[in-house]
Write a protein that binds this ligand. Structure first.
Ligand code: ZN
Length: 446
């Protein structure tokens, strides 16, 4: 027993030494790290950008979000969860703020409170705030209102009370990380490009098959619509050193169904990107992945491979795509940056049910990049539609899971087909209402 404390550091030292100095047997040796070099030195560093992150992993083993069938609280963590903020200011001092969260969703009340504080305390319009959640199903359950006192005094209500207290603190933590990012703004160069990543597959069945076809009720559907693009906004210092990346992908973070806190594939993609880059921050912006799942999915598909290993493999696959998006043909991003945000009334099919205030947001980076964000769980049809309708010189990037978390938002096609993503009960006007507002905000920013 006495020798153990000595053995561990020696072993650790050897591992570290080996990982730095040599590649595995038979592999091409790794090159030593090179000094920073811009991928686009011709692009002027006209922006001021700040980035910050905070660990938001619950201190307590809270109940977890994502699956209705959970029977017990979390039992541990295999990866920390983060709130990250990116503040981007143009030459005219217009600032947009991106917040990404390794959480199930963005509660609308939290977004509203933070947007109000941003306006009041930091003079940044609420329209310029994007809050996006990765939709990891291995994060804590969120609760924005206190639980009702239990009817039976002897029954403890600790689970929901803890979730409420966590969510209250989360709101403070998110505002603090935004303030930190704003305080850290420095001259920066912005470029963007995209790559592709293929593990997302349409998780619905193929509704074009006639009833009675042997595959009519089988999912996923390899012929179903997907969005495999991986857009990446690259932020570098004037000397070329990489400061941050904001990257996207349209796919559920549902590799995992265990009882440990974890960011799922998006958590690993961010971790891998940051791994050998001290001070660099990678931020995941969830796309329109409501009808997309990561595949292979779950431990029984690939012999000997656990679902945690699949999450890590998909994370590596996505981080590799981001590496390419950071490297190939950098496209300059120039200002000004302008944002428009509105909440529209989305009607339910059932008469008498109050409509939902649904957030739609468009952000334009000059004539180079247009970002459209939509609330809640948006199916991939919206992303494909807007990329088609706004195709032109500027890149088009569509994110769901932003500024609100209400449930599934189907396209008219999905609504008519039916199934899980169509079950929220929206009226058939849902897609037109959203698309009309996106076009209106887009025109307004021209
Ligand atoms: Zn979902």
């Amino acid at each position: 027993m006495k020798t153990l404390p000595h053995l561990v550091p020696v072993g650790l030292f050897l591992c570290l030494a080996l990982s730095v100095t040599s590649a595995p047997e038979g592999a091409t040796p790794l090159s030593p790290p090179k000094p920073p070099k811009s991928v686009a030195p011709h692009v002027p560093a006209t922006w001021r950008v700040g980035v910050a992150q905070a660990d938001i992993t619950p201190k307590d083993l809270l109940w977890m979000a994502g699956y209705a069938g959970r029977k017990k609280p979390a039992e541990g963590r295999v990866q920390s969860l983060f709130a990250k903020a990116l503040a981007i200011e143009d030459e005219a001092s217009n600032t947009v703020v991106f917040v990404t969260l390794d959480l199930i969703g963005v509660p609308q009340s939290i977004r509203r409170t933070i947007a109000e504080r941003l306006e009041r305390e930091l003079m940044i319009p609420g329209a310029n705030l994007v809050m996006n959640a990765s939709h990891t199903h291995s994060g804590p359950s969120l609760r924005t209102v206190p639980p009702a006192p239990p009817k039976d005094e002897s029954v403890e209500n600790t689970g929901t009370q803890q979730s409420f207290e966590y969510t209250q603190k989360l709101e403070q933590d998110i505002f603090a990380v935004i303030a930190q990012a704003l305080a850290r703004k420095e001259a920066s160069r912005l470029t963007w490009n995209k790559a592709r990543c293929g593990f997302a597959m349409n998780r619905r069945r193929d509704y074009s098959l006639p009833a009675g076809h042997p595959n009519a009720n089988l999912a996923p559907n390899p012929d179903g619509p997907v969005d495999h693009e991986v857009p990446a906004l690259r932020i570098e210092a004037p000397d070329g050193s990489l400061k941050a990346v904001l990257f996207g992908y349209a796919c559920h973070n549902t590799c995992l169904g265990f009882y440990n806190f974890c960011g799922d594939y998006a958590g690993y993609a961010q971790e891998y990107l940051q791994q050998h880059r001290p001070g660099f921050v990678a931020m995941f912006l969830m796309g329109c992945g409501a009808d997309q799942n990561p595949y292979p999915r779950r431990s029984d598909v690939v012999p000997g491979i656990t679902d945690l290993e699949l999450a890590q493999q998909h994370g590596r696959s996505l981080s590799n795509a981001v590496e390419m998006a950071l490297t190939v043909n950098p496209r300059p991003v120039s200002g000004p940056v302008r944002a428009a945000y509105e909440e529209i009334k989305l009607d339910y099919a059932k008469s008498g049910r109050a409509p939902h205030d649904y957030p739609v947001q468009v952000i334009k980076f000059g004539k180079d990049l247009t970002l459209i964000t939509l609330g809640s769980e948006v199916v991939v049809d919206y992303s494909l539609r807007f990329k088609r309708e706004f195709a032109g010189a500027a890149g088009v990037w569509v994110a769901g899971y932003s500024n609100d978390y209400t449930g599934y938002v189907p396209s008219l096609r999905v609504l008519k087909e039916g199934g899980y993503e169509a079950a929220a009960g929206w009226a058939e006007s849902v897609e037109d209402r959203i698309a009309d507002k996106v076009h209106e905000l887009y025109r307004k920013l021209n």
